[in-house]
Design a binder for this molecule. Structure first.
Ligand code: PLP
Length: 293
């Protein structure tokens, strides 16, 4: 193993491991990129490192700055690591559904955590998204990652994750038929997916998103639905439970920021296929987030 000067240098170069138990011997060869082996415990370390390094290099983060982000934990870990190594203050807003372990882990890295109510709409000033924006507005010289709307999120995966995967595959003499990733902000799929598609044109990009995501409805019906945020019994019966169940996962966008007509035409066509839908469009389209990573 290489010797590193600091923990940030240990981000990335995660192992690609063949899965033998989840797939049978006659199935396709399936490999998992072990992103949990990043120092902060998730793929989010890559994006945090890339966005923050770039912003610091370009003078958008200056000495003494505060880093602000709404997070349900994983992004926060990457950001907190970066801030601890580089000597910046960081403040996270987290919904109150998150476990105290997650909050305490972030605090252990020196972060300040502001806990906000979970069951309010994204545009409510009490939501963790709006609270983070307010803290950013009110803190001079602060920098907000804004992972859902920051194109550097996609760029991080286009420049780092995609090439790393290509390198892993080529060194092992493998090719690629399908790249599968959870969608979340769309950063991994849009960035690494775009890169891999360029290098392995025959490969399909497959994004997974939970029941309750607006993208699931869009995929099934070709129509964008309003996010279903409700706690009433009737709406739970009508399907609000789907949204609530999905709330328990990280980084779920719930409302597109622009009208579908302003989205890439290829993507706005009714009933996209998974291979054409999320790539390069996902992370730039949603603006309003109910819960995030
Ligand atoms: C553990 C974990 N892995 C993967 C993802 C997806 O990451 P991204 O949205 O940055 O592509 C998320 C967030 O949604 C996450 O929390």
């Amino acid at each position: 193993m290489p010797v590193f000067d600091n923990i940030l240098q240990a981000i990335g170069r995660t192992p690609l491991v063949r899965l033998h138990k989840l797939v049978g011997p006659r199935d396709a060869a399936v490999y998992a990129k072990c992103e949990f082996m990043n120092p902060g415990g998730a793929v989010k370390d890559r994006m945090a490192l890339y966005i923050l390094d770039k912003a610091e290099r370009e003078g958008r983060i200056k000495p003494g700055a505060t880093i602000v982000e709404n997070t349900s934990g994983n992004t926060g870990m990457g950001v907190a690591l970066w801030a601890a190594v580089k000597g910046y203050r960081c403040v996270f807003t987290m919904p109150d559904k998150m476990s105290s372990e997650k909050v305490n882990a972030l605090k252990a890295f020196g972060a300040e955590v502001v806990v906000t109510p979970t069951n309010v709409a994204a545009e409510d000033p009490r939501s963790y998204y709006e609270t983070a924006k307010r803290i950013h507005r009110e803190t001079p010289g602060s920098f907000m990652l804004n992972q859902y709307h920051n194109p550097d999120n996609i760029e991080a995966h286009y420049r780092l994750t995609g090439p790393e995967l290509e390198d892993d595959l080529r060194k092992a003499g493998l090719t690629l038929d399908a790249f599968v990733a959870g969608l979340g902000t769309g950063g991994t799929m849009s960035g690494a997916g775009k890169y891999l598609k360029e290098k392995f044109p025959q490969a399909k990009n497959v994004g997974a998103d939970p029941d309750g995501s607006v993208y699931l409805d869009y995929f099934k019906t070709g129509k964008l639905v309003q996010p279903h945020v409700s706690t009433s019994r009737a709406s739970w019966r009508r399907g609000g439970w789907r949204a609530r169940r999905a709330c328990s996962r990280e980084d779920r966008p719930v409302r597109p920021c622009t009208s579908p007509s302003s989205w890439p035409r290829r993507w706005a066509r009714a009933r996209p296929s998974w291979s054409s839908c999320p790539t390069a469009a996902r992370a730039t389209s949603p603006s309003s987030i109910r819960t995030s990573g």
